[in-house]
Design a protein around this ligand. Structure first.
Ligand SMILES: N#Cc1ccccc1Cn1ccc2ccc(-c3cc(N)[nH]n3)cc21
Length: 242
């Protein structure tokens, strides 16, 4: 299954890293098609204006609907797609979102800058296709490009053939609802710190138990919200020790 990803931005160069390393190889292997488009290609004025002052006043500028409309009409003409608009005011982008989007044939990302894009752009496309306004976290970026890099990486790694070791969905971290525990490799002793004995014991039941305990401990310490969100039957008696 191939996924076609298009990104519209006023800083196309910002997306260059997507063509590096793992994702670059996935593109070369034809598992993913990536198109990056400069929003200013759809301006007609000499200044290539893409922003204007906000109605109602307030700081900063807002991106004009006309330019976005022409750009998205052109990009979307290639066929139906899910339109994704990163914004601090969006629904949270999670692993579940990445899983869902990995099944899509086409994703089109609209990268805003300034104080965002005129709301009528989202409203007009939402009438004829799935449009998701998403946030990648509770902090404010300067534009949508970095958020798109995060989301494209989270989605593309789930596509068959992209990862060397295809992590099955349920084994993926965050899939059992807990944080990953600590990981170790050689040497067995490093700067006076030793690898926990159990991991070298060959006792796979004990190893599995130890790893789950570390994951529960870490989740309780760093993300108690994830523990509260676990379904009732997710923790067995041994788990409840934490
Ligand atoms: N919009 C907006 C906005 C509103 C207030 C202040 C600054 C901006 C800048 N900005 C313009 C586009 C854009 C896209 C995504 C994010 C974004 C996503 C997450 N999770 N944090 N920030 C920010 C973006």
């Amino acid at each position: 299954r191939r996924v076609r990803i298009d990104v519209v931005t006023i800083f196309p160069g910002y997306l260059a890293p997507l063509r590096e390393a793992l994702l670059g190889r996935a593109i070369e292997a034809g598992l993913v098609e990536l198109g990056v488009h400069d929003l200013r290609d759809w301006t007609h004025d000499v200044h290539q204006a893409v922003d204007d002052s906000p109605y109602g006043g307030g700081p900063g500028m807002v991106m004009r609907p006309q330019v976005w409309g022409e750009a998205l009409d052109a990009v979307l003409a290639a066929g139906p797609a899910r339109l994704v608009v990163p914004t601090p005011a969006g629904r949270p982008f999670t692993q579940a979102t990445a899983q869902a989007w990995a099944g899509e044939e086409r994703l089109v990302f609209a990268c805003g800058r300034y104080e965002g894009i005129d709301q009528r752009v989202v409203d007009s496309y939402a009438a004829r296709m799935p449009v998701d306004e998403v946030s990648i976290g509770d902090y404010v970026l300067v534009g949508g490009e970095v958020a798109v890099m995060v989301m494209v990486e989270a989605v593309v790694r789930l596509l068959p053939g992209v990862l060397g070791n295809p992590v099955s969905a349920q084994e993926d971290s965050f899939s059992d609802g807990l944080l990953e525990g600590p990981a170790y490799t050689r040497p067995v002793s490093w700067r006076g710190l030793d690898v926990p004995e159990v991991l070298r014991s060959g006792n796979h039941a004990a190893i599995a138990r130890w790893r789950r305990d570390r994951a529960l401990e870490r989740t309780a310490a760093r993300r108690p919200d994830l523990l509260d969100a676990l379904p009732e039957d997710a923790l067995d008696r041994a788990d409840r020790a934490f």
